[in-house]
Design a protein around this ligand. Structure first.
Ligand code: AMP
Length: 288
């Protein structure tokens, strides 16, 4: 059974003990699915002891976003974490992570600016702040994140380098349902009809991958191919963009050399969904 800790002091003490043997860490917001569990399994490959956290972080949600209704089910999550061999679970409340009088924030301005940064002001500041706090509490040798949140991973890689944190960051490929939809806690919000419409996202990524495989190297053309499908199915499209996979900036002359990120954010009903692949790097998306 994973040991559940609610206070920073108790969790830090448990991490201090574990660290000498090798400690891996997987931060999450709960409502765990196979994507999260793949991160725990990956962490286990790198460290004998793995800690996970479940914390729905208020500072990364905008005022009109889903903080209050975000799915929470600690007991089910704990059973899932036990099944994949997590050793410690940190499940603090908001006051524990944001003590009275708190005011400190972490910003990674350039990496956070494009893509989701344009549509979710303050989101990556909230992410960078909470991840910095968690890494400072845990001090893990290895921390594991999903490539599904590709820009988040880029923000975290940058802050770990910049703040000289003693942690190796690992990114895990996106885990998908059999029909291709990226697993997400927010998929729980989708009705069956909406879920079927959401399949346009992986389909459009697969189509872009196919075009790339046949030699298309123009970023704007590839983005257009994907956008047509997404626009037909989604209620609102935040972006469909092909950008440099490292800097997340536009590509010079729209020309892709060996690899590029295609990233999508759109709304199906009230639910905001994101997905991406790195063309020239990620395995083909299989769509049902
Ligand atoms: P969340 O609970 O949504 O904050 O996600 C916690 C971690 O799980 C983040 O590092 C996510 O990138 C990762 N994650 C979420 N969904 C997936 C997925 N389908 N495949 C791989 N990793 C994922």
């Amino acid at each position: 059974m994973a040991q559940v800790l609610r206070s920073v002091a108790a969790f830090r003490a448990a991490c201090d003990q574990a660290r000498v043997r090798g400690l891996g860490f997987v931060p999450t917001m709960g409502a765990l699915h196979e994507g999260h569990l793949a991160l725990v399994t990956e962490a286990k490959r790198h460290a004998p002891i793995v800690a996970a956290s479940i914390f729905v972080n208020p500072t990364q949600f905008g005022p009109n976003e889903d903080f209050a209704r975000y799915p929470r089910d600690l007991e089910a999550d704990l059973a899932k974490l036990d099944a994949v061999g997590a050793d410690l679970l940190f499940a603090p409340d908001v006051a524990e992570m944001y003590p009275a009088g708190e005011q400190t924030r972490v910003n990674v301005p350039l990496v956070a600016a494009p893509l989701c940064g344009r549509f979710r002001p303050g989101h990556f500041e909230g992410v960078a702040t909470v991840v910095t706090k968690l890494l400072a509490i845990v001090g893990p040798c290895t921390a594991v994140f999903g490539r599904k949140d590709y820009q988040q991973l880029a923000v975290i890689r940058r802050l770990v380098i910049d703040l000289r944190l003693p942690t190796t960051v690992i990114g895990v490929p996106t885990v998908r349902d059999l029909d291709g939809l990226a697993k997400s806690s927010r998929n729980l919000y989708l009705s069956p009809v909406q879920r079927a419409r959401a399949l346009a996202i992986p389909r459009s990524l697969a189509q872009a991958q196919a075009a790339f495989a046949s030699g298309e190297r123009n970023a704007a053309t590839l983005a257009r191919v994907a956008r047509v499908q997404v626009e037909a199915a989604a209620d609102d499209v935040d972006y469909v963009e092909v950008v440099d996979a490292d800097s997340l900036s536009p590509l010079m002359d729209n020309k892709i050399d060996d690899r590029a990120l295609i990233a999508i954010a759109c709304h199906v009903g009230q639910t905001r969904l994101i997905d991406n692949v790195v063309l020239g790097e990620d395995a083909p998306v299989i769509v049902g």
